[in-house]
Write a protein that binds this ligand. Structure first.
Ligand code: SF4
Ligand code: SF4
Ligand code: SF4
Ligand code: FES
Length: 946
């Protein structure tokens, strides 16, 4: 499509504001009805009348500083600003008159007198609303000249790798400041100085890069001139066309306008109409897409006989037929179940569906698993046991109606930044936050946000904490009896009520386990249970534990007991990790479930696929990833296809993972880069970046978003084509003309997707499943009139301590997580300028623990667990509680997963990443992460198509 300019009506939409009344006004003779509270400027825009403006934009509250949007209102004196004037009943507004034209021209002239002349007179690269405005108001000459006092020699701030600030083009409209405050919630900018000396200042007059700025890009988007501008636009020129697509990083699933000039991506701009993000973004989606053209991309298939041989570039045909013949030979010798594969939650729904189909229909077994095994498998298990479906209950927008938010084991400002901004907006409007986390995450206290409670529990004690909260609800008479009687099973509730009321679940008893004072827990429980709307949001700090599934069920019990399910502002909401982890789970990536979470032993479900695929399917569940690895070491599992997943870096107990991979007769890896896992591969198949894919991703709110290609696959094939070719070469012909045909097959076989098609997604923008005859436009909130399973099911959740205990030898608990600028194993973000924020994994340690060990800030330390040792640089951080240390795993060299154990969730085998007993001591060895630094190669700003 040509360059998409989304409409900007100047001030925010007031639909759904507290006052539901509407008013009718007349603008230049046209009557328009709008919600009460709508500005005259917005009403005019809706009536098709654009009022000139500079300081207003509809993502921000009106400010009224530029005085350009003046109008005349019958019966009122003067010329009020239309952006700050709300519509009144029967108002008659005039937006064009000689007086208004004269006033606007005068104001524009003043702005222009302190603005680069070439901006107004020539068609430079700049995107400048002032230039457009000068044309609108008929300004041809600036009487004041530019010889007087001005800002035209002020120095540029080029410190940020992605955008510049050029004060000469700044008109001090404050849009950037307000975007940073209102939209992003970082409060990094201010207008310093007064009057003519006013200027934008990051933090205390620092360069952007050294300020609190987190590079979300909201200020750049809001800037009406080119004062804040993407460096890529300056280097490559303004974009000419748009392709609508979806971010490929986290489970928020932000919609973006990929803007291109010729064949090059010039920038990614968050889409205002995007359901998940509504025009906002974080540094990763907005700026860190250059990895797609990084020189490390492996674009040719490769083959080698042994993992000690050098790679040989080969044709696609040779690579596919080599992989197919070796997989077939392994099966002939060792049986049908001796091979399997892993789907990728970074890939599209269509790619995932085709890979699991290849495994079930062509390999003939259910040995398929996905990275959800190591992140949100407990969510799937816990929510399906209690509610009957394996997904979050709300859309992100729902948080705007929550009065109390219980945030457990999640750090959204780093992990899910766009959701964090929404959450902060709600908190600034008065909602209360309870943080349950061992670390003092940013949301505990950040500008204009302070948690009502921080339950700083010991790692591994989530179940005891959730039980204590439930205990208070039950014993203090806070149960929503009407909801429970109407919506939940009487018998399981009665059993749970007795269980949870036992003394061992009281806050006073669990205090020994959680370390959190009982009174604090009681206060938090009352807050949650008595709020009109209380919502739970959680992350991997819940799931990646030996009792991950138990905690999920405990939270579900809590929500049901207090009636916090089935409407906006409440619910249980997993903050999903990878961009398409929801989709990969939905579409049959688990060894026991066909697409749509139907058990493989379910004859009726199997028959649907058997008919469609013309193959008899295995009714026995296949192997989970940990079982695959154990069986590889045991010699019964010998061939594996791994798509877009670097298990040699991301999975726990790396030594064990590598031993298993090395034991395989054949490993086929498909990826963008030669990752750690590829070191054990015999066949390497190149993959496609999100900029080449044509399909859909499903985000954490069950929203199916289109991913549209901005370029042909650089390796020559879509990933689903590769799986089809491999299946066909193994004797099971698979063919699709395009991604939409795959979605049609998903819709035909999976009831929750029955109403989904590319055409419908193009029409609606996105759809939240279930989307079928009963819900043709999708389902933003689940379990509204009843639970998917019928009645809500309570599950008793006894606390069982993890086997991983601290001891004299291993006295500290290591917990892991991620950081804003890097993503997961870092394969993408390490290949972008994001390395400027985080170029190595470090170990955060409490000052007291550091002092006890003689560890100084920046010193290298050895971290030793029962399974391994790694060396990192230490950072002394008082946000850590005493006795707990923390690191990230974005760099392969740092080896956080060398020390994590293979303890796992009892129900799903999700690894217990969050609890590893370690010792930390100073060492003279070099940090393991030093090796990783060498990978930080420069990247191109745009994409050069090859
Ligand atoms: S990039 Fe984002 S965080 Fe940084 S100053 Fe702009 S709005 Fe604020
Ligand atoms: S940098 Fe842009 S948005 Fe910020 S005050 Fe200047 S002109 Fe306005
Ligand atoms: S919040 Fe997640 S989906 Fe949105 S831009 Fe950032 S990484 Fe991408
Ligand atoms: S747009 Fe109304 S005062 Fe600036």
């Amino acid at each position: 499509m040509t360059l998409l300019r989304e409409p900007d009506h100047g001030t925010p939409d007031r639909t759904g504001a507290v006052e539901a009344r509407s008013v009718t006004v007349e603008i230049d003779g046209t009557a328009v009805t709008v919600p009460a509270g709508t500005s005259v400027m917005r009403a005019a825009g809706l009536a098709g009348v654009e009022i000139p403006r500079l300081c207003a934009t509809d993502s921000l509250e009106p400010f009224g500083s530029c005085r350009l949007c003046l109008v005349e209102i019958e019966g009122r004196k003067g010329t009020p600003a239309s952006c700050t004037t709300p519509c009144g009943p029967d108002m008659i507004v005039t937006t064009q008159s000689p007086r208004l034209q004269r006033l606007r021209r005068g104001v524009t002239e003043l702005y222009a007198s302190d603005h680069p002349r070439d901006c107004l007179t020539s068609d430079t690269h700049r995107e400048c609303e002032l230039r457009a405005l000068a044309k609108t108001v008929g300004l041809t000459d600036v009487r004041y000249g530019t010889g007087g006092k001005n800002h035209l020699d002020a120095a540029k701030d080029e410190s940020n790798p992605y955008f510049t600030f050029d004060p000469t083009e700044c008109i001090a409209c404050s849009r950037c400041v307000r975007a940073c405050d209102e939209v992003q919630g970082t409060f990094a900018l201010t207008i310093a100085g007064r009057g003519f000396g006013s200027t934008v200042s990051a933090s205390a007059g620092e360069p952007f890069m050294e300020s609190e700025c987190v590079s979300c890009g909201a200020c750049v988007q809001a800037c009406p001139t080119s004062a804040l501008q993407e460096k890529a636009v300056i280097a490559l020129g303004p974009p000419e066309r748009t392709v609508l697509t979806t971010c490929a990083y986290c489970g928020v699933g932000c919609s973006f306008k990929a803007e291109l000039r010729g064949e090059e991506v010039v920038r990614m701009v968050p889409q205002k109409a995007g359901g998940a993000n509504e025009g906002h973004s974080c540094v990763k989606g907005r700026f860190a897409w250059g990895y797609a053209s990084h020189r490390d991309r492996q674009l040719s298939p490769m083959v080698r006989e042994s993992i000690t041989d050098p790679w040989r570039n080969v044709s696609w045909d040779e690579a596919i037929s080599y992989a197919a013949s070796r997989l077939t030979a392994i099966q002939a010798e060792h049986g049908v179940r001796s091979i399997g594969g892993i789907t990728s939650s970074r890939c599209t729904n269509e790619e995932v569906f085709v890979v699991q189909k290849m495994i079930r229909a062509a390999f003939g077994n259910n040995n398929v698993d996905t990275c959800a095994r190591v992140c949100h498998a407990p969510t799937g298990y816990g929510l399906s046991q209690t509610f009957g479906t394996s997904a979050g209950t709300q859309d992100f927008k729902s948080v705007q109606q929550a009065d109390v938010i219980l945030l457990i084991g999640a750090n959204p400002t780093d992990g899910h930044p766009v959701f964090a901004s929404r959450l902060k907006q709600r908190l600034r409007k008065g909602a209360a936050l309870v943080v349950v986390d061992p670390r003092r995450i940013d949301l505990v206290r950040s500008p204009h946000v302070e948690a009502a409670q921080h339950l700083q529990l010991s790692p591994g004690s989530n179940v005891a904490m959730v039980n204590a909260l439930g205990h208070v609800v039950v014993t203090e008479g806070l149960v929503d009896r009407a909801f429970v009687e109407q919506r939940c099973e009487a018998d399981s509730f009665a059993r749970w009520e007795q269980f949870i009321a036992r003394p061992e679940n009281s806050p006073e008893s669990t205090e020994q386990i959680t370390g959190v004072p009982a009174e604090q827990v009681r206060t938090a429980a009352r807050l949650y249970a008595t709020a009109p709307n209380a919502a739970i949001y959680y992350g991997l700090g819940v799931t990646e534990h030996s009792q991950g599934s138990t905690t999920v069920m405990g939270m579900a019990n809590l929500a049901m007991a207090t009636g916090n399910i089935g409407r906006a502002g409440v619910g249980i909401n997993p903050l999903r990790g990878q961009n398409n982890v929801q989709g990969s789970c939905d579409l049959g990536s688990f060894p026991h479930e066909l697409p749509g979470y139907r058990h493989v032993s379910n004859d009726a479900a199997r028959q649907i696929f058997e008919q469609k695929w013309a193959r008899t399917l295995d009714p026995e569940p296949g192997l989970r990833i940990p079982n695959m690895l154990d069986a590889a070491i045991g010699g019964t599992y010998r061939g594996m296809f791994i798509q877009g997943e670097d298990i040699a870096q991301s999975d726990p107990n790396v030594k064990h993972v590598k031993a298993a991979l090395a034991a395989l007769d054949l490993l086929v890896v498909q990826d963008l880069f030669l990752n750690e896992t590829a070191a054990f591969a015999h066949v390497f198949l190149p993959g496609t970046s999100f900029l080449e894919k044509d399909g859909t991703f499903t985000n954490a709110e069950r929203r199916i978003n289109r991913v549209r290609p901005v370029m042909e696959p650089r390796c020559g094939k879509q990933e689903w084509q590769v799986a089809c070719d491999l299946a066909s070469a193994m004797g099971y012909p698979m063919h699709y003309d395009d991604g939409s045909q795959i979605m049609d097959e998903i819709a035909a076989t999976t009831p929750t997707f029955a109403g989904v098609s590319f055409a419908r997604l193009d029409e609606m923008g996105s759809l939240q499943w279930p989307c079928n005859a009963a819900a043709p436009d999708g389902t933003p909130t689940m379990h509204v009139d009843g639970f998917v399973r019928g009645k809500g099911h309570f599950v008793d959740t006894p606390f069982v301590p993890t086997d991983e205990r601290t001891s004299r030898k291993f006295p500290l608990i290591l917990t892991t997580g991620r950081i804003l600028s890097q993503y997961n194993v870092g394969a993408q973000t390490r290949r972008t300028p994001n390395v400027q924020w985080h170029n190595e994994d470090v170990l955060e340690i409490h000052p007291h623990d550091a002092e006890e060990r003689g560890i100084l800030d920046g010193a290298t330390v050895a971290i030793t667990s029962r399974v391994g040792q790694t060396v990192l640089r230490a950072r002394i951080a008082d946000r850590m509680p005493q006795g707990v240390v923390y690191t990230t795993f974005h760099y392969p060299g740092s080896g956080a997963n060398i020390v994590t154990t293979d303890n796992s969730d009892w129900a799903t085998n999700c690894p217990e990443y969050k609890v590893t007993a370690v010792q930390v001591m100073p060492t003279s060895q070099a940090p393991a992460s030093d090796q990783s630094l060498q990978e930080s190669a420069p990247v191109q700003l745009g994409l050069v198509q090859t």
